[in-house]
Design a protein around this ligand. Structure first.
Ligand SMILES: Nc1ncnc2c1ncn2[C@@H]1O[C@H](COP(=O)(O)OP(=O)(O)OP(=O)(O)O)[C@@H](O)[C@H]1O
Ligand code: SF4
Length: 279
């Protein structure tokens, strides 16, 4: 990376106080769900917090749909690409949550699947270089599953601007020591602190009485965290209301604030805020 590009990237990242990566060993465990709900939860936790969410999942950018902004377009200003704003209900200020996704820049959903490493590398670099976030308290970065070339690119680009850390998402059934060990080794190798583990799809939350039923095993994420001596951040149950909100692009936390999942997401957010000293 040339010095010119490096200094442009550093300048871009300098207006962002906290950067958090969200990782998972495999696809479909709820990494984008955790990224999206964490971004919502942080933005809702205080009126003066401004949050951005960056979707770098080149082969399956799902965040815009979850946020209900997949039909929006990205505009450019003299400073670069302007992230799409997400309106929170009952809020006059629509400047508290915004999103930039690689999905906004693809002509078709199949576009990126055929890209080779160097093209993905330059796309991610350009993406970080040209997005104009303005001042942000936190940027949540949703990455592709596994530890691919895209992660290495991202970590190299972010190295100088020192990300606060990574959250590892897993499921009780998918708790594979090997998968999570790979994620932890990856973070250690690149000097990214692990903020903790979230166990998603942990039991089933009844939409009628909020009772959690453990259909499969549960607690694997906690054991794993103990084993690796990292923080256990919490466990989110399978919640049909969460799935349908994300499907319809609705704000789950504001739609079902009393649900067990919303409460757990709030606890997880509070632990992360404490950890990165965003209080
Ligand atoms: N706790 C949950 N309760 C109900 N549905 C969930 C939960 N977590 C995730 N889902 C749903 O499961 C599907 C996969 O979740 P998500 O897209 O967040 O996974 P992912 O790990 O980001 O997948 P990939 O990396 O393959 O894109 C989505 O339809 C999402 O709404
Ligand atoms: S958990 Fe309670 S409300 Fe939900 S289906 Fe079972 S008995 Fe009914």
């Amino acid at each position: 990376m040339s010095d010119q590009v490096q200094s442009k990237l550093l300048k871009r990242m300098s207006t962002i106080k906290h950067k958090i990566l969200v990782l998972s060993g495999k696809g479909g465990v709820g990494k984008s769900t955790v990224s999206t709900q964490l971004a919502f939860s942080l933005a809702l936790s205080r009126k003066d917090i401004r949050v951005g969410i960056l979707d770098v999942d080149i082969c399956g950018p799902s965040i815009p749909k979850m946020l209900g902004i997949d039909k929006n377009e990205v505009f450019t200003c003299t400073e670069g690409w302007v992230p799409v704003k997400v309106k929170l209900s009952g809020d006059d200020d629509d400047n508290r949550l915004c999103c930039m996704s690689i999905g906004f820049l693809l002509q078709s959903e199949d576009d990126a699947v055929v890209w080779r490493g160097p093209k993905k590398h330059s796309m991610i670099q350009q993406f970080l270089e040209d997005t104009y976030w303005g001042d942000l308290d936190a940027l949540i970065i949703d990455t592709p599953p596994g530890t691919s070339d895209e992660h290495i690119t991202l970590a190299e680009i972010l190295k100088e601007s020192k990300p606060d850390g990574a959250i590892i998402v897993t499921t009780p059934q998918g708790v594979s020591l090997a998968d999570v060990r790979k994620e932890i080794n990856f973070c250690n190798k690149l000097g990214i602190p692990v903020l903790g583990v979230v166990e998603n799809m942990s039991g089933f939350a009844c939409p009628c009485c909020n009772e959690i039923t453990n259909i499969f095993s549960s607690g694997g994420g906690r054991k794993l965290a103990e084993q690796f001596n990292i923080d256990f951040l919490g466990q989110i149950p399978i919640d049909p209301q969460l799935a349908s909100c994300e499907d319809e692009g609705k704000n789950f936390l504001q739609s079902f604030p009393e649900s067990a999942s919303a409460k757990e997401l709030e606890n997880i957010t509070n632990k992360i805020k404490k950890r990165i000293t965003l209080l």
